[in-house]
Design a protein. Structure first.
Length: 488
């Protein structure tokens, strides 16, 4: 029964809204209802804005030129219509939101009632008065024509109510002509009735055509929206395929352990295609080489840079010897060749961990962090390598920084991207220590809780030898360039 009732309601709405063919679906009904309210509001606003100055001037003129017998009725009618129009304009201005269809119908009812009452009284005093000449009779007739035009103009808004107003208007005129013994009442009533039917039919036809146009426009917009969704699905499928290809690039292990070091890798991508890059390898000498890169930008261009860097890394794996500075120069040359029309830039940091020392190569990358103690923020040291961002200048100058473990051996080493270590974190040692504690206790979840719209990579290295955590009195921390300021 409910399905049948819904179908019946949809059929009635389809007929009322002028749907060209079968039933309208729910979205089409909602669209047509919104269009109907917007169209009705536009008509009422135009009518009100035009009525206020025109009818105000007419009322003022009537006070001086109208015959005494009809003057009060004319001034009252025009003045009342001005008040109704002003009330509508003021209310909609204060409301500051689209009016409802109910409010629009109330306006039509008020304006129609004032017009019928006012023009009926004008007709009565015109017939019973003895001070009107032939030209004034013609003016009164034109007023009735204006009233019929007004009822026709509001007909698409009021619907069946406008037909009722036209009948009331015609019947009231017929009664007045009969009671006041006017000549030829039937002829005048038929003329008035036919003219109002003509005007109402014209505006109803215009409204029906506008509704059909609105429905066609909705269908065109809906078709365009469907095409857009299909294009987005196709693009999303291509991006997913690109991500699968990107993830298939010799991914680094989640953990890499040697006799001296234990490295833990955490990667949280942002979006379908990541712009950060991470790789690690064990050199023939037993040293551990870890590289972290951060591409400028996101999406497909960033993914292209990552793919190029990964290809260069895979090519370097074929050689037993690995020179970080030379490899960084090859990456720089590749990005410059790719960016002849549109520049592609990349910050990249490589740390090479040997048993007795650490070497950090930085191409504009964020500092390498050395923690002398897991609890003392004063024993956090930032190693800022010397080197420019890749992809800008063909003459690349890299100045590696070397930390001698015989002099000072850190408790932990952290290499990350700025999605993990933004400036507001790096500038406060207590915040770095808090991040370290979260990573120790929560692992990858600690990175996921960071409020940064960027890819996130963190490499945490612990020393596994007998000197782990040893901090001699002659620490080299004061001799290294420190970017992080002390806590205030």
């Amino acid at each position: 029964m409910k399905v049948f009732r819904d179908a019946k309601i949809s059929t009635m709405l389809a007929v009322l809204l002028g749907a060209p063919d079968a039933l309208l679906n729910l979205e089409q009904i909602e669209h047509m209802q919104r269009w109907r309210i917007q169209n009705a509001q536009r008509v009422v606003n135009i009518f009100s804005r035009a009525s206020v100055p025109i009818l105000s001037l007419s009322a003022a003129v009537m006070t001086q030129t109208a015959p005494p017998s009809v003057r009060p009725a004319c001034v009252f009618t025009f003045g009342a219509l001005v008040i109704v129009s002003l009330a509508w304009l003021t209310w909609t201005h204060l409301l500051r939101q689209p009016p409802t269809m109910r409010a629009l119908n109330i306006f039509g009812l008020a304006a129609g009632a004032v017009a019928i009452a006012g023009f009926s009284s004008i007709l009565h005093y015109t017939i019973t008065g003895n001070d009107l000449n032939s030209s004034q009779y013609i003016m009164i007739g034109l007023m009735f024509g204006v009233q019929g035009f007004m009822i026709g103009l509001l007909a698409p808004i009021m619907g069946a109510l406008a037909i009722s107003f036209a009948l009331v208007h015609t019947i009231s005129c017929l009664i007045i002509w009969h009671v006041d013994h006017a000549p030829e009442p039937i002829a005048w009533s038929l003329t008035l009735c036919l003219s109002e039917i003509l005007v109402i039919s014209f505006f109803q036809q215009q409204a029906r055509q506008s509704k059909e146009h609105a429905l066609v426009n909705y269908q065109a917009l809906d078709l365009a929206s469907q095409n857009q969704r299909l294009r987005l699905r196709a693009i999303e499928g291509e991006l997913l395929l690109a991500r699968e290809i990107q993830e298939s690039f010799i991914p680094p292990p989640t953990e890499l352990i040697t006799d001296e070091f234990a490295a833990h890798f955490f990667h949280v991508p942002h979006g379908l295609l990541g712009g950060d890059w991470l790789a690690a390898r064990i050199l023939p000498s037993g040293a551990m080489a870890i590289a972290v890169g951060d591409v400028s930008g996101k999406g497909v261009p960033a993914a292209m840079v990552v793919q190029s860097v990964q290809s260069l890394w895979a090519q370097a794996l074929r050689s037993p010897e690995f020179d970080p500075a030379q490899w960084l120069a090859s990456v720089n040359d590749t990005l410059i060749a790719m960016g002849r029309r549109h520049p592609y830039t990349l910050t990249l940091g490589i740390m090479v961990l040997e048993q007795r020392r650490l070497t950090y190569y930085s191409a504009g990358h964020v500092p390498l962090l050395l923690l002398g103690s897991p609890t003392d923020p004063m024993q956090i040291t930032a190693i800022q390598g010397g080197g420019s961002v890749l992809g800008i200048d063909a003459h690349l100058a890299i100045k590696p920084v070397v930390v001698d473990f015989d002099t000072w051996r850190p408790h932990s080493i952290f290499l990350a991207t700025d999605g993990v270590l933004p400036w507001q974190v790096r500038r406060k040692k207590s915040r770095i220590l808090k991040l370290v504690e979260d990573v120790r206790s929560q692992g990858k979840s600690a990175l996921e809780s960071i409020d940064e719209e960027d890819d996130q990579i963190l490499v945490w290295v612990e020393y596994a030898g007998q000197f782990r955590g040893k901090t001699p009195s002659g620490s080299i921390a004061a001799e290294l360039p420190i970017e992080i300021g002390a806590d205030s």
